[in-house]
Design a protein. Structure first.
Length: 108
């Protein structure tokens, strides 16, 4: 899906199994976020194994007409995540979400 994170377009996957919003290092760079090595204080399990993560505060995430503000996320160290994941940090702020066939419907 295409989302707008802090107003910039980013390809994302909505992942109900993910706790947070986990950004790829490249997507974070596109947003002007450049964590230092010492910022990677968190650890997360990904499809590619364990990754060190840097915490980040996000102003907004929008998909279509649905926008959520003031979110916490994390940035994966370079090469550890291949697509930005919108996890429950985003989803739990919605009124509801449902799967209709192959389509995920988000309701603000």
């Amino acid at each position: 899906a295409r989302a707008y994170i802090n107003g910039r377009p980013i390809a994302v996957m909505v992942d109900t199994g993910a706790t947070q919003i986990a950004m790829t290092y490249k997507d974070a760079e596109r947003l002007g976020l450049r964590p230092l090595g010492s910022d990677f204080t968190l650890t997360a399990r990904t499809a590619n194994g364990t990754a060190r993560m840097a915490p980040v505060e996000l102003d907004s995430v929008r998909i279509g007409d649905v926008e959520v503000t003031d979110l916490r996320g994390s940035i994966a160290e370079q090469g550890k995540l291949h697509i930005t994941l919108l996890g429950m940090e985003f989803i739990r702020k919605l009124d509801r979400f449902e799967l209709r066939g192959r389509e995920l419907v988000l309701v603000e």
